[in-house]
Write a protein that binds this ligand. Sequence first.
Ligand code: ZN
Length: 299
Amino acid sequence: MIALVVIAGVSLALFAVMFVPLERAFPARAAQRPWRADSAVDLAFFAGQYLVWSTLALAVLTAVRGQLDHVVPAAWRHDVAALPLAAQVAIAIVAGDLLVYAWHRACHAVPLLWRFHAVHHTTTSLDWLAAHREHPLDGVTTQLVQNLPAMILALSLREVGALVVIRGAWGLFIHANLRLDVGWLRFVLGAPALHHHHHAKDAVPANFANLAPWIDVVFGTYHRPTGPEAYPLGVPEPAPRGYLALLVWPFRRPAVDSGARGPIVEGPCVTSSPPPTSRLRPTWRSIGRSAWRRTAAPR
Ligand SMILES: [Zn+2]
């Protein structure tokens, strides 16, 4: 437990040193302060994640990996092991990104999954600390889905752990209160502007592939917003604000989830009340320029 506290403390200090100056220098929302109304709640999510839920996640990943050893054919794993490590890691990353994209879309379309994922979306201010606001069941299942290919390929726990750390660090970056153009990296690793729009309160969901936006491009859910980031964040339905209240919220919500953000359809990715008969769709040429072509939807 002491080791977990030390890791949590060092990580928190490291993240603060890295992100606070960056957020002050290149803010997406200049009026937002580093310590805001809900920072204490997000700090509780951080502490819970590091001190409690990380142990649960590790136990689940270890147990599933053990079960996979009985299921995945040894000969197949032998063939995969003959590939260079870089190729194995690349396969694990791409397959993991595809799986987690599908999972994230399902989290927005299936009411039962949205109950848990909605906790992550209750934040009304995004920064590096808010990235930790995640229901533990949402977090553990996402980790499992994301790392399933790596475990099927029998990458070592150390290699899987390295992937988790790298993805986690970039996960903080895309939630941070930042407006930084990372160039072509935004297609491969994601960017704050893309993921912030995913948290928009009233927009049709887009940008599900948090750390691999090229998948959104392929499946037509990519949207790169332009202009100042002035749209409201959060969930359409009323949500509690406290840490413990948010943990039990998924179990106490009404059976019919009218607030679920689905189904996934083509639609406006802007929040400024577009005409009901219009829709937006990306064109390959426009993707780099973040332009969306507005077309009349068939009635
Ligand atoms: Zn989401």
